[in-house]
Design a protein around this ligand. Structure first.
Ligand SMILES: Cc1cc2nc3c(=O)[nH]c(=O)nc-3n(C[C@H](O)[C@H](O)[C@H](O)COP(=O)(O)OP(=O)(O)OC[C@H]3O[C@@H](n4cnc5c(N)ncnc54)[C@H](O)[C@@H]3O)c2cc1C
Length: 505
């Protein structure tokens, strides 16, 4: 039997997706493989993507990257969750705090079921008061999990993500990958050559005339999808009717105070605006639906709502929510923006890159490119994306806003059946059942459903097992423990200064 192992891998694109792929493949596959990455400085990268979800620490651990060094090098800060301002209605704010539990679960019953019973009788405050992440975010506090804390206290298990300069992260990973043998080629790809026998990609040709052949091609070329779409014509499934934002205007500004340990997402008349505080500046962007607001108005809204002076001119980006019909087609795997796009409300872009890389490494093919491998990869990718898509739609759809045509559209639009059933289950008895390995779990869905005004009619019968007195004492005790923990946490800035302060900031 001939050896069918893949030896030559070509990565097209050197944005976050390209360099994350290069670093992880070099680390996991080792020196027996040739990994070439082609990027064009003339084309450049998209240059946004500054907030993450907690999973990125696992990716960095896989690469053996030291956390403090990574945050210092990328001028990063920490993120306990996302603060949503004006989403349910103007004036109303809530936080989607990360974590695996809110309050204290008892047996198989999650805390929010007890909270529901107490809340409905007027004996509990908002759910966020029982979440370490939410309360710490509100107080500008942050620390990583305390190694010396007893294992059952909230301080022993703090879930957090990062904000960082994505350009610096890509540069950091480039150094990492090149040190492990990845060969970078600067140049613009002019043409993709397909094998006549089966339509697989054989090689790409640069404007210089250089021809680069490979066995496996990873398309990280951004929205243009140079291989997956322009060469293989895979097709795109458009989800704009569910996620109607299709443009963003972005600008960084000076920071005027200590960095907040959360991303802020403020609903606007035809979309929303992000605010991400890094160590040296604040990243901002206004994501909007172009049928409802002009580009000029969107830029003006952005500039009106900055903390400090803008650092440069606003930049316009266009996108269409959706996915390639197949993210793996023949010998091309599309990763990053080349594979599809979900708008950045829950900062899932970089997570999707990480997850795609992990999936590819798990199902790493040989030169036979078995259909079983490709089908499984595509099915898992679609499942993951559709679950995140539904979570995003929830934020726009479950709103009481009726003050603009954009919100009227979102509130009244048809939603996927998969989301409808999740909302119905929660509305009835406060239940949420995680679907297999979907990214967002119970805490995320419960916080956002409550934050968006979906109040369950009743609670789980198991919460009736406590007397009313015991229930109220339990809920009050949990609230007090959380408040005491938050008191003990340092301010976010103080933690950064001690642990990972960037040079020159
Ligand atoms: C408005 C907005 C906000 C976002 N915010 C977040 C966020 O907060 N968190 C998050 O996780 N994600 C976010 N994302 C997503 C995130 O930006 C991307 O997932 C990430 O930057 C990966 O981009 P990429 O590497 O796929 O593409 P790009 O950065 O576009 O890189 C494409 C690469 O391909 C190269 N290339 C293209 N064509 C050719 C050619 N012909 N020849 C040679 N090279 C070529 C380019 O030079 C470049 O190196 C956001 C996206 C948008 C649009």
């Amino acid at each position: 039997m001939t050896n069918q192992r893949i030896k030559n891998i070509v990565i097209v694109g050197g944005g976050t997706a390209g360099w994350m792929s290069a670093a992880a493949l070099a680390k996991v596959l080792g020196p027996g493989h040739s990994i070439r990455l082609i990027e064009s400085e003339e084309i450049g990268t998209i240059g946004v993507g500054e907030a993450t979800v907690p999973h990125l620490s696992l990716f960095n651990k896989l690469l053996g990257i030291d956390e403090a060094e990574f945050v210092r090098e990328t001028r990063g800060t920490f993120k306990l969750g996302v603060q949503f301002v004006n989403w349910l209605k103007p004036g109303k704010t809530y936080v989607h705090g990360f974590g695996t539990s809110i309050g204290l679960d008892i047996g198989m019953l999650p805390f929010h079921q007890y909270w529901l019973r107490a809340f409905k009788s007027g004996n509990a405050s908002e759910i966020g008061d029982y979440s370490l992440n939410t309360l710490a975010a509100a107080h500008g506090k942050f620390m990583v999990s305390a190694v010396d804390a007893p294992p059952n206290t909230p301080l022993a298990n703090i879930a957090y993500a990062y904000h960082f300069d994505a350009g610096l992260y890509a540069r950091y990973l480039r150094r990492y990958a090149e040190a492990r043998g990845v060969q970078r080629t600067e140049g613009k790809i002019r043409e993709t050559l397909l094998r006549p026998s089966d339509g697989f990609v054989d090689a790409v040709v640069l404007e210089s005339g250089e021809k680069i052949s490979g066995e496996l091609f990873i398309d990280c070329s951004g929205f243009r999808g140079l291989l997956i779409e322009q060469a293989l014509h895979t097709g795109y499934e458009d989800w704009n009717h569910w996620l109607p934002t299709n443009r963003a205007v972005t600008v960084a500004c000076e920071r005027t105070g200590p960095p907040t340990p959360y991303t802020r997402a403020t609903a606007q008349t035809a979309g929303w605006q992000w605010r991400i505080a890094l160590q040296h500046r604040v990243g901002n962007g206004h994501v909007y639906a172009s049928p409802y607001i002009s580009d000029d108005e969107a830029a003006a809204t952005l500039l009106r709502n900055l903390d400090g002076a803008p650092l440069g001119e606003p930049r316009l980006l266009r996108f269409v929510a959706g996915t390639r019909k197949k993210v793996w087609n023949r010998n091309v795997v599309a990763i990053g923006l080349a594979s599809g796009f979900l708008e950045p409300l829950e900062s899932t872009g970089i997570f999707l890159i990480q997850s795609a890389i992990t999936r590819l490494l798990t199902l790493f093919p040989d030169r036979n490119f078995s259909e079983a491998v490709i089908d499984r990869y595509n099915a898992l990718s679609r499942f993951e994306l559709e679950r995140i898509r539904d979570f995003l739609i929830l934020h726009f759809h479950a709103t009481q806003r009726d003050d603009t045509p954009f919100w009227n559209y979102c509130r009244t639009m048809e939603i996927p059946e998969t989301l409808r059933s999740v909302m119905a289950l929660f509305r009835e008895g406060g239940q949420f059942i995680r679907n297999a390995e979907e990214l967002f779990g119970l805490v995320s869905w419960v916080e956002v459903m409550l934050g968006q005004g979906i109040m369950p009619t009743t609670w789980h019968t198991g919460a009736d097992q406590m007397s009313e007195k015991d229930l109220n004492e339990f809920v009050a005790h949990v609230q007090q423990v959380i408040a005491t923990c938050v008191d003990a946490m340092p301010p976010h800035q103080a933690f950064i200064d001690r642990y990972c302060k960037a040079a020159g900031v």
